[in-house]
Design a binder for this molecule. Structure first.
Ligand code: GLY
Length: 408
């Protein structure tokens, strides 16, 4: 009898272990199936390596850098020239591949002269995405010098009356005297580094003033923003809201990549300065975007949240940039972090699916269905180098923080 009881206890114990094991297996399967698995992310970086290598021969031969399916390779003075080096840095960060490191160093050196680029505001994209990432990963002191020189150049476009950096040149045909665009928020990151590296607070204060002016004039009450705001450079007064990308009605247009530039910009401004008003702004913009009735189910935005008609073309670059910004915001917002993380995860899942990912191994771009400028019929529904850049950045961030949010 005692023997039978012992046997029974052993069976019950064994059954219980199988049961517990099956719960554990199911739970871990559910965890990986509810997000992007490490293997999936690794396979995307492996694919990106193919596209980086596909482009590299032309980069070496011509000194030009890939911009988009439609516009091909462009000279280093193009606003997008920092993204290909940036993509090499992100891929090196993930793979630790020494060959990719060599290519990242080579492509970064190609854009060095942009540290003197003052034709418009784009110096931040050019230098921060290339040298900024290079410095973050290598601590090469030469890279730091380039970033400091570029910060000096960037503030030459600052006007203390407007309290803003002038993004583009005055344009009589458009009746612009001092045009500032929402994209310009992204270039403040360079200035914050300028102060961090030199101890000179001038760059920091200019970044703060620019962000405050943008917050005051670029946004409507519902936290949608217009692409362009023009100022009187003598008085600093706002003259008008206008457009160049997105929908053309300045009263309502809500260019999706522009909304993403703003969200990302105010998020890192809060992250770097600790000023609460930037967190509030970023969260209000996030709320406008995430509750927008024209946000598609797969959460890859159309080119404008108020386009003349739907369905219309998607902009994968707006989605990738939004995902990256939301992942940053997720770590900064105790109240809504989980919501931002889950939304970004949904966007990344869509972008990582065959619907958006170029799995062919042909060409130079990882993502499909990005839109440059819809109304100007420019770079429609193809690959854009900066869509890939923010997608890779978002994947790296996602991998770093997903454990934290799986637990919440
Ligand atoms: N910064 C230019 C664009 O987003 O099209």
């Amino acid at each position: 009898m005692k023997k039978h009881l012992t046997k029974l206890r052993q069976w019950v114990a064994a059954g219980l272990s199988v049961f517990i094991l099956s719960i554990t297996v199911n739970a871990s399967t559910a965890q990986t199936s509810s997000g992007l698995s490490d293997q999936k992310i690794a396979s995307i970086f492996a694919l990106e390596k193919v596209y980086l290598n596909n482009a590299y021969n032309t980069v070496q031969k011509t000194g030009k850098l890939p911009r988009s399916t439609a516009k091909g390779f462009q000279t280093v003075s193009d606003w997008t020239s920092g993204f290909y080096p940036g993509n090499l840095w992100f891929t090196y960060e993930f793979t630790k591949d020494k060959d990719i490191l060599k290519k990242a160093e080579y492509a970064t050196a190609l854009v060095e002269n942009n540290k003197y680029f003052s034709t418009d505001h784009d110096i931040g994209f050019m230098i921060y995405c290339s040298y900024g990432n290079g410095y973050r990963l290598t601590k090469n002191p030469k890279y730091k010098e380039v970033i400091v020189e570029a910060s000096k150049t960037a503030i030459r476009r600052y006007n203390p009356e407007v309290k803003s950096i002038m993004s583009w040149s005055p344009d009589t045909a458009r009746d612009w005297k001092f045009p500032v665009i929402i994209d310009n928020m992204m270039n403040l990151e360079l200035l914050l580094k300028g102060t961090e590296f030199t101890g000179d607070s001038t760059y920091y204060h200019i970044a703060i003033n620019h962000a405050n002016t943008t917050m005051k004039n670029q946004y409507r009450d519902d936290f949608s923003c217009s692409h362009v705001v023009d100022y009187d450079p003598a008085t600093g007064q706002m003259r008008k809201r206008d457009w160049n990308n997105g929908n053309s009605d300045p009263a309502t247009a809500s260019w999706s990549r522009g909304q993403s530039w703003g969200l990302y910009g105010f998020t890192f401004m809060y992250q770097s300065t600790g000023k609460k008003e930037y967190l509030v702004q970023a969260e209000n913009v996030a709320s406008y975007i995430l509750n927008n009735p024209n946000m598609p189910k797969d959460m890859v935005p159309y080119w404008d949240y108020r386009a003349p008609k739907y369905p219309t073309l998607r902009d994968a670059s707006a989605g990738a940039l939004l995902a990256s910004g939301l992942l940053k915001l997720a770590t900064l917002s105790p109240e809504n972090g989980k919501k931002y993380f889950k939304s970004a995860e949904r966007m990344l899942q869509s972008l990582a699916s065959d619907a958006y990912l170029n799995t062919s191994g042909q060409g130079d771009y990882l993502l499909k269905h990005a839109t440059g400028n819809f109304l100007r019929k420019s770079e429609l529904d193809g690959g854009l180098i900066y869509a890939d850049y923010y997608f890779l950045e978002a994947l790296l961030a996602y991998q770093k923080i997903k454990k934290q949010f799986d637990k919440v």
